[in-house]
Design a protein around this ligand. Structure first.
Ligand SMILES: Nc1nc2c(ncn2[C@@H]2O[C@H](COP(=O)(O)OP(=O)(O)O)[C@@H](O)[C@H]2O)c(=O)[nH]1
Ligand SMILES: [Mg+2]
Length: 303
């Protein structure tokens, strides 16, 4: 992962051949670093934040003597990137939260998947189902994407493969009603987790967003997951911001991280909405969901 970003960053760091650490000497190399990141799909906002934070941290050492400042720049940049990837709430553990709720509640833990078409909502939902099973938690799927042709069959197929029941109505039905049915089913069977799929919708399609608001009002999810495609580039920010404003996002799954990436998406999206990435999708099979590791990714970007 992040081959290109890594190579680029090390060559930019080589240019920090400065003798003294001050505002003036840092200006040019930091600017170059920011420009490089922006060219590699780090959103400008995130790139500027990284540049500013890096400079601020380095200037704390203004009066120290360095033989070669570059290893220090590298280490500070790595810490800065890790910080951006670790917004408030990053220590949240989904499995633990489910167990906690189930310990003192008869109601299931309800998870809602959000995002535009094709980002990997249904695939990630199936992967989450598998993860729940591995953690000895029982699951039911709610086929609340009643909009896209094939969506109900797709989620049912995942359910069949995994041995997880899917509650579905017919196409064109009310997604909120499907969600409620799945929750009632979970309550009657003492199932731990309800995973609600939703139709992909452009974040600016008002009718569809209203429909989603209705699902949220009715199902009252415990956790709302925004699913973003790491290959989307800068548009992921607009998607995340709009879903966060209209619906509210609790955490993020970033998919398609197995593709050869420039690596901007993770930085851009956490910096923009200050919500943690819980998991990354790294392939198309059920086990290809990994816990997000900010330290590891920062190390990968700035070795
Ligand atoms: N390589 C790769 N493909 C993925 C990943 N997650 C989803 N996909 C693929 O992306 C496509 C769209 O996924 P889908 O779950 O149907 O998206 P949805 O429209 O948001 O429900 C499918 O072909 C998935 O197999 C991932 O982490 N890696
Ligand atoms: Mg889908």
């Amino acid at each position: 992962m992040f081959n290109k970003l890594r190579k680029g960053i090390s060559s930019v760091i080589k240019k920090f051949k400065i003798k003294e650490l001050n505002e003036k000497s840092l200006q040019k190399p930091v600017e170059e670093l920011v420009n490089f990141m922006m060219k590699n799909e780090v959103a400008s906002q995130a790139a500027f934040t990284i540049g500013d934070n890096l400079k601020r941290k380095l200037l704390k050492h203004e009066h120290e003597r360095f033989k070669d400042i570059r290893p220090f720049v590298q280490e500070t940049l790595r810490a800065t990137i890790e910080e951006i990837l670790t917004p408030p709430g990053s220590d949240f553990d989904l499995i633990e939260a489910i167990r906690e709720k189930r310990a003192d509640d008869d109601e299931p833990y309800i998870i809602l998947m959000l995002g535009i078409n094709g980002t990997g909502k249904t695939t990630s939902l199936a992967k989450l189902g598998r993860m729940m099973q591995k953690n000895k938690l029982s699951v039911v799927f709610a086929a609340a994407d009643t909009f896209r042709a094939g969506a109900i069959d797709q989620i049912k197929e995942h359910g069949d493969n995994l041995g997880i029941k899917t509650i579905a109505h017919q196409y064109g039905g009310d997604p909120a009603a499907v969600a409620i049915d799945a929750i009632d089913h979970a309550i009657s069977k003492d199932i731990d987790v309800v995973l609600i799929d939703t139709a992909g919708r452009m974040q600016n399609n008002d009718n569809l967003v209203r429909e989603l608001e209705k699902v949220v009002r009715n199902a009252e999810p415990d956790f709302k997951i925004f699913v973003g495609d790491a290959l989307t580039g800068n548009d992921i920010i607009r998607q995340a911001e709009t879903f966060n404003e209209r619906i509210g996002i609790d955490g993020i799954i970033l998919t398609k991280m197995d593709a050869d990436l420039r690596g901007g998406a993770a930085l851009s999206v956490t910096n923009a909405i200050q919500k943690p990435i819980l998991y990354i999708g790294v392939g198309q099979s059920y086990d290809d969901l990994k816990k997000f590791d900010p330290k590891g990714i920062a190390k990968d970007m700035v070795p």
